[in-house]
Design a protein around this ligand. Structure first.
Ligand code: DC
Length: 223
């Protein structure tokens, strides 16, 4: 019987703060599994949108969705039934839909146990909006990762510049401000810093500096 409890690290913060890129770098360094919980909310939004499910039917209909995460050589893929939807969920439409549907309590209740189970069974770095406050209130380390809205928009703009139909900087900034507002003002599990979370502001830091700051915090707290 395994005696050691698995180590759980919670990283929360607003959209575009670099959570996933930074959490992936940190998990590689520490040998933990990286869990991007936003992908679960995006998959739920995809399922709801594709099947035209009305809000009042979501609780019942989501039970049939069979949304899960699978890890292939440490890389997370998100599935709806047997279909890998990891690519399909990364569109601006699904970003906005996920921000809306993730406020629905039935969606959060449905995904809650999926997240708890992965954290129970593995050493994880889990990123999201309510990991430190709701999903893993007893996490070993909690980080609240943020950056100014302008800097987050700037980073996203640079990422998208190469792509066709790149939105303008102003459109990206306005999307970020709207999503921040929705994520922070919903009734169920709003985005907020847990009281015992450590704030890491990456406005003035590059990716390596941000990842190093978090690795240092985790090493100090778990040694
Ligand atoms: O991190 P992301 O942009 O992929 O998340 C997509 C949406 O899902 C985001 O608008 C907020 C929501 N979300 C949430 O409510 N709780 C989480 N733990 C993760 C994401």
């Amino acid at each position: 019987m395994k005696k050691n409890k698995n180590i759980n690290i919670a990283i929360d913060g607003p959209a575009g703060a670099g959570k996933s890129t930074i959490a992936k770098m940190v998990s590689k360094e520490l040998g933990y599994i990286y869990v991007d919980t936003g992908a679960l909310y995006r998959a739920a939004a995809l399922y709801i949108t594709e099947n035209g499910i009305a809000d009042e039917d979501i609780a019942e209909e989501l039970e049939k969705a069979d949304i899960s995460l699978r890890f292939v050589e440490g890389v997370q893929c998100v599935y709806v039934g047997d279909k890998d939807v990891s690519g399909l969920i990364r569109t601006p439409e699904i970003s906005m839909a996920a921000s809306r549907t993730s406020a629905i309590p039935a969606v959060r209740a449905y995904l809650f146990e999926t997240q708890k189970k992965i954290a129970r069974e593995n050493n994880v770095i889990m990123d999201g909006r309510d990991i430190g406050t709701v999903v893993l209130p007893d996490a070993d380390v909690k980080i609240f990762l943020t950056a100014s809205a302008e800097e987050r928009a700037n980073r996203r703009y640079k990422e998208l510049l190469e792509k066709p139909d790149c939105p303008t900087y102003e459109e990206i900034l306005s999307d970020i401000i709207k999503r921040d507002y929705q994520d922070m003002h919903r009734e169920t599990s709003p985005l907020k810093q847990a009281e015992d979370a450590i704030l890491v502001d990456t406005t003035e830091l590059n990716l390596e500096q941000s990842a190093q700051a978090i690795v240092d915090i985790i090493r100090e707290k778990t040694s």
